[in-house]
Design a protein around this ligand. Sequence first.
Ligand code: DHB
Length: 379
Amino acid sequence: MLAHLLRTAGIDAIVIDNRTREQIAHTHRAGILEHGSVALLTESGARTRVLTEGHRHDGIDVRVDGESHRIDFRATVGESVWLYPQNEVFADLAATADADGTEVHYGVADTVPGGFETDRPAVAFTDAHGVRRRIACDWLVGADGSRSACRRAVGEGALTRYFHEYPFAWFGILVQAPPSAPELIYARSQRGFALISQRSADVQRMYFQCDPGEDPAAWSDDRIWAELTARIAGPDGLALQTGPIFEKTVLPFRSTVTHPMRHGRLLLAGDAAHTVPPTGAKGLNLAFADVAVLFAALRAELVDGRRAGLDAYSATALERVWRAQSFSSWLTSMLHRSESASPFEEMRALGELRGVLASPYGRQYLAEAYTGWPRARAR
Ligand code: DHB
């Protein structure tokens, strides 16, 4: 996304990724785009199919012990989100890079970034053909995921890393079946959380809260359906559309934030700088928000000769990061059940969820945060 935006401003960018194009295309991640992320894709002129292949969702169903409560995003905050799987976003951006003629190296190895404190940072790597290369640049952007080689290459003590572990994970499945409901269902039950999401007319994505050490192989399809069904069961008789399950994965669940998001001429973006728990689907959206701020700052620096934006990048981006971090952990705490929580804490969290759903202001905050706060203005 950033490479494409830079291209539109006449700024050259080279992209390297240690995974192959096929590996990235086939890695399943979240599927919800904030309206601001959709705007970034469409307004940048990227070759995106989000408006034709994606689906606008105007609300979600928050289901508490089998009773549904719809949050109507349009009525509450006048916005929507789009169901458009992250691998489709990748396919669009990879096609855009092809059309732009952007130099992209997939499947690289032995990446060594460095020189952040000089005027010419660089990255050395072995490309997919086994050729050792070194690219020097003006600015190096570490958008290289939660295990970021760029972040790790920064000297000890220069960055502060905030970290929070949660006592559960998500069991995610992909299933061949029609949707069970028109919108996503976020369910809290005595047996724990479940999320009924979608992918297309005939593929659905569902998750349920599980133990972090859970082995996907220990779960037969029947056992998975029994668990999901029990978590959404209610007097309205809501039933899941079932079918063959063709992927089972356990997703890690942790919050991390790195301060600052810049070190000399290294700029961190996305998961390299922060990860959120999956509840609320903020991961890709936060990365896009970073990119919007970073693009404006790089353009100001490289086209207009103004440094202020890059100096403010970290503080501007982190303001949204902490807001999203708070929202994701808040939603998680209200919807999940923790073995380690006291009975008081269980009832308190349920009381909080019921309070939010009963209040127009509570619903409004949830809808605003879920659909995405307004983007920071470029400096
Ligand atoms: C999906 C994932 C999420 O974490 C979420 O909150 C909503 C949807 C998904 O994969 O579809």
